[in-house]
Design a protein around this ligand. Sequence first.
Ligand SMILES: [Mn+2]
Length: 424
Amino acid sequence: MQLTKETIAEHNQSLAKSHQKQFDFIAEGVNDLQTLLQKLIDFQIAIPSWALGSGGTRFGRFPGDGEPRNLEEKIADVGLLHALNQSSGAISLHIPWDIPKDAPAIKTLAAMHGLKFDAVNSNTFQDQPDQALSYKFGSLQHVDKAVRRQAIDHNIEVIKHGVNLGSKALTVWLSDGSCFPGQLNFRKAFQRTLESLQEIYAALPDDWKVFVEYKAFEPNFYSMTVGDWGQSYLYANKLGPKAYTLVDLGHHLPNANIEQIVSLLMMENKLAGFHFNDSKYGDDDLTVGSINPSSLFLFFNELVEGMDARGMNHATDLGWMIDASHNVKDPLEDLLQSIEAIMIAYAQALLVNTKELKAAQEVNDVVRCQEILQTAYRTDTRPLIAEARIRSGGALEPLQLFRNLKVRDELIKERGKKTVATGL
Ligand SMILES: [Mn+2]
């Protein structure tokens, strides 16, 4: 299904009057409005190929209808999102779930939808049907050199697929670790993993990066070999300048101060980027901003401050990606909500009066500091985001238009019911 410019223009026209009123109201108080709108226009969030179908839990999966059946349809879905919001201009592939059979054709198809290829993701957390050796007891950390070799070769193959598509980074998330005390020698597991990563690092093209993602627990429940930002930072530091730490919001223990983590990683120039999601307890699959939008804001506040301190380009110098996939919503509607939440928090962070905040910090005016942050957080930035969206050709209300056009019904007509996205 393709969305035409005319359809979007008609939708925008029908809502133009009330939008203008809301926009004028907030725009009046914004300093340097054009710069702020341009930052919102430039900001793009990559969509992971695995978020386009319903996710599951270990208790089961409830597939939706009309889900993409192959890589081409996944690209079409991200193209739909991007046509609606003009903020989802990249897709992140998962190998081997999304091996492109004809890379030039896939690249052309993505370009037709205005999409780039973000970081490619390797998978050594499950066994594939044609695989010689098992990852049951880990991959890059495995005690058996042959298993490590297989996992290293897989990562190098992923890099090759990424090169063919124009990706510039490899994300490595390992499920390696242990489930019981005594199962693993922590130091040896670390060393083996480091040596494996060094071989992968050596295979990176000059202009590539490797992102080392960490996770506190699951699927291993006693130790994870890349379990927190300290461990990831150790690997990234030992590997070299092309290695960075990737922060997934849902991969921390409860109440972790993620904004402080990203602030310090940026200070050390070791922050790769993000996987966005939200969680209440220990999960990592809920819609961004659905549980705790204020912590999303605080996190963006540190990012904007830290990026500005280093003179970084907000849109291009860090990797921004959603990493969530659950059981109960239409995946495309869920992604539209996630993108909106990210844009809201980013816009709020851009509204923080940094000059006044710095001055208040210098004189220990704690009350003033809180007021400054909360003034930004309590601003309804949605009209600003909508304005940026329509200026770049998107819809004023993406979710409303998605529903008005009955996009999911159209996809079911094209693809059928009970379709399963590859890899899920
Ligand atoms: Mn992740």
